[in-house]
Design a protein around this ligand. Structure first.
Ligand code: PEP
Ligand code: MG
Length: 763
């Protein structure tokens, strides 16, 4: 390169401004993508006084390839490749944060590549090239001498990384860069765990998508500074307005978060750093993103959970500011352009967030971190949405608008599928539709096993929309109505009349079939934004369900009153969640009885009769069944919680939730013990956890003595087919034999599967 304008040294010019100026010139000059990368590494090396500057880009197979270098052997370009996570460069890619190592060669993660000639270099600074959170590559500088790179060095490299990311995403790359992912790689397949059955084709909508900053370099820095100031004022006003809203004005966790936001939004340092970036020539949006990245790097060094939380606040605040800058401040995500056939993709999502979406447009759900027993999975099932969880990295592989197929039979997600794959799936969808048709035609056939055992199949529900499923599936009633879902949808605690009308709609819609209303089960991952709850270190073991009800009887009694009004002359079944002691059950029952007496005294509507049930989902109650059962009208096993507490494995944590098989001897023995106790006391027994919807699991439950199972509506058809084709006595013999034989605690899933095959059971 001739000694051109971009190499001119301006005395006294800050390094950051100099790199901005040079990058701008490189982008404006003619040349292809490769030439630009070559120029960038040369400029950065010169400006940072580094012997090496290299750019590694992520290829579609996820390896990192050396694409340009100043200082390493030129022959290594397009030859050296490493896996994500390999070496310090891979580590930077994996973690998504800068790696600053004064003595890189002694670092345990250092991986030496002889072809590069990097043995001569001691210090290394690597920064990820990210776009909207997706990793595109890594930019690295190296020096011969041990050098601790300064915060300014990190900033220079991060700024360069942003420009490179933009350059890649612009698509204006061509040549050797064609095989590099620009965040929109071609067709790809990601595997996850099915959490709600079904198959869907549609278009991706990324939940809470981050604003993608496309314009990095400002033409008029003064105008950018004004835009930034205006947006910050708007942000502060919006937070103040939220704080003043009456529903939040009271104390509470929600308010604390907003207070923290206000503190950040008024932080002078934050604003100054963004203004400095604008003064260097960045657009207001790019300045927000850069300061967010810098602060993120600093906060990630902290191990303290308090600072990790603040990082989330800051991320959210920066995202809000970006939305204001791009003119999307007032668009709640539900009002954004949701495709008609939305495949909703989220890194993480709570049940209430899913319920915020327009169901009519949803086809499927993918949540990177969800497990099958998480409440978002349960809500997905209630909505009849095929869903996949535990799909690490999926967010990095797609963008809103991409075509996708979610196969929640196998757990495969096809992103930007080819025509052949689409055709194959269209066939599969038709096949499923025919199967559904078959299930529907058997809607009115009673579930009786080959050896004459009558089985009651019920559905789990939680919303009015579920009523269609009751009729459609041929279920004999609602075995579990999760009342909390309606509370989670509301902005404030629903008053008695509102609750009563919601319950009335359910009882009316069930058309004479029994409905078991579970009293409010709040806590754990089911949070009501308007209900003040203390911050707990272990919410799953905390103040939830019946514990909360007994401490706040006002809410519980209000719900009881609403249910009685709704039942009005008809029978009412209520069930108490998370009963750990008989005393809790008695106290809850007494509160309802008091409401009943009060309503009678006032001449208010009353149910014909009330049946009181308890959920068996806390292990302590297993040892008090002989005390509890004589006092209840029915019981229902909440296997989701029971197994979570039995195995000490958080149901919402994908790392451990799938670790223990419900068909392992420990859980099977517990379930058998419950079934035998219920039989002894002649108490009707149901199981309403997620396991009841699996055909093998349901077959095992029959063998253990269960004759009533409540499940997601989509499972009724397949489970009924299983019941019609099974000899329950033979399953019981198999299970009893296996449980009594003590076979090293191995799950009996495989034996049950083999049995189903040889006995032609439809599973
Ligand atoms: C359970 O715990 O199994 C259950 C049915 O209740 P939930 O999933 O709502 O906690
Ligand atoms: Mg439960």
């Amino acid at each position: 390169m001739s000694r051109s304008e971009d190499q001119r040294i301006v005395p006294g010019e800050p390094a950051l401004r100099a790199i901005m100026r040079r990058l701008r010139q490189i982008m404006a000059e003619p040349g292809d993508g490769q030439q630009r990368l070559d120029k960038i590494v040369r400029q950065v090396a010169g400006l940072m006084v580094a012997e090496v500057c290299s750019i590694y880009l992520r290829r579609r197979d996820s390896t990192l390839e050396l694409f340009a270098t100043e200082g390493l052997n030129a022959d290594a370009v397009h030859t050296t490749r490493m896996k994500r996570g390999e070496g310090l460069v891979g580590r930077c890619a994996e973690l998504g944060v800068p790696v600053n190592e004064p003595d890189a060669q002694s670092h345990p993660a250092f991986s030496y590549r002889p072809e590069t000639g990097e043995e001569a270099y001691h210090s290394l600074l690597a920064v990820p090239i990210l776009r909207a959170g997706a990793l595109l590559g890594v930019i690295v500088v190296q020096n011969r001498t041990p050098r601790v790179y300064s915060d300014e060095d990190v900033e220079i490299l991060q700024t360069t990384a942003m420009v490179v990311a933009e350059h890649l995403a612009s698509g204006d790359v061509g040549g050797a860069i064609d095989d590099v992912t620009s965040g929109r790689a071609s067709t790809t397949q990601v595997r996850g765990e099915p959490i709600a059955d079904g198959i869907a084709l549609g278009h991706v909508f990324v939940h809470q998508p981050r604003v993608v900053v496309t314009e990095l370099l400002a033409v008029d820095p003064e105008a950018e500074a004004d835009r930034l100031d205006t947006a910050v004022v708007q942000l502060r006003n919006a937070i103040d307005a939220m704080l003043q809203r009456s529903s939040i004005a009271a104390e509470g966790a929600h308010r604390d978060v907003l207070d923290a936001y206000r503190m950040f939004a008024n932080d002078r340092g934050w604003l100054r750093r963004m203004h400095d970036s604008v003064a260097e020539g960045l657009t207001a949006e790019a300045a927000v993103e850069r300061v967010q990245n810098m602060t993120r790097t600093r906060l990630l060094r902290q191990n303290d959970p308090f600072w990790r939380e603040r990082l989330r606040d800051l991320d959210d605040l920066s995202d809000r500011l970006l939305r204001i800058l791009v003119g999307r401040a007032n668009t709640a995500f539900t009002e954004l352009e949701l495709p008609e056939d939305t495949i909703l993709v989220a890194r993480n999502m709570g049940p209430a967030e899913l319920l915020d979406y327009d169901r009519a447009k949803l086809r499927a759900l993918v949540v990177e971190e969800a497990s099958a027993q998480s409440h978002v999975a349960i809500v997905a099932k209630a909505l009849g949405l095929p869903a996949i969880g535990q799909a690490p990295g999926i967010i990095d592989q797609l963008m809103s608008g991409d075509a996708a197929i979610v196969d929640a039979e196998t757990g495969n997600i096809h992103v930007r599928p080819s025509g052949d794959v689409i055709a194959a799936y269209a066939d599969k969808v038709r096949f499923r539709a025919r199967r559904q048709e078959k299930f529907r035609s058997r809607r009115d056939v009673a579930a009786v096993s080959k050896d004459g055992q009558r089985v009651q199949l019920l559905v789990n529900a939680g919303l009015a929309i579920d009523l269609e499923n009751v009729a459609d599936s041929g279920a004999e009633g609602i075995g579990l109505f999760r009342t909390e879902l309606q509370f989670m949808l509301a902005d404030a605690f629903p008053r008695v009349e509102r609750q009563a009308s919601a319950y009335r709609e359910i009882i009316d819609g069930a058309d004479g079939k029994p409905v078991t209303f579970r009293m409010l089960d709040i806590g754990g991952d089911k949070v009501l934004p308007y209900l003040r709850q203390p911050k707990e270190d272990n919410p799953a073991l905390g103040w939830r369900a019946v514990r909360l009800a007994l401490d706040r009887p006002g809410l519980f009694r209000m719900q009881a009153r609403a249910l009685m009004r709704a039942a009005n002359g008809r029978p009412l079944k209520v069930m108490i969640p998370m009963v750990a002691t008989l005393a809790e059950f008695r106290a809850a029952k007494e509160l309802i009885a008091k409401e009943q007496a009060l309503a009678a005294k006032r001449g208010q509507p009353l149910p014909e009769a009330i049946s009181f049930g308890a959920m068996i989902e806390v292990p302590s109650i297993l040892f008090s069944l002989d005390d509890l059962l004589p006092e209840v009208d029915f019981v229902s096993v909440g296997s989701n919680d029971l197994l979570q507490y039995l195995f000490a494995a958080d149901r919402a944590n994908a790392l451990v939730a799938g670790r223990y098989d419900p068909l392992s001897p420990a859980s099977m023995r517990v379930l058998r013990q419950i079934a035998r106790a219920a039989e002894r006391h002649e108490v009707p027994l149901t199981l309403c956890g997620e396991m009841g919807g699996g055909t093998i699991e349901a077959m095992a439950l029959l063998g253990l003595g269960f004759r009533s199972i409540s499940m997601a509506p989509a499972s009724i058809g397949p489970v009924k087919d299983m019941v019609l084709s099974v000899d329950v006595g033979r399953v019981r013999d198999l299970i009893d034999g296996a449980l009594d034989a003590r076979q090293g605690g191995l799950s009996i899933r495989d034996r049950l599967r083999r049995f189903a095959e040889t006995d032609s059971v439809d599973i």
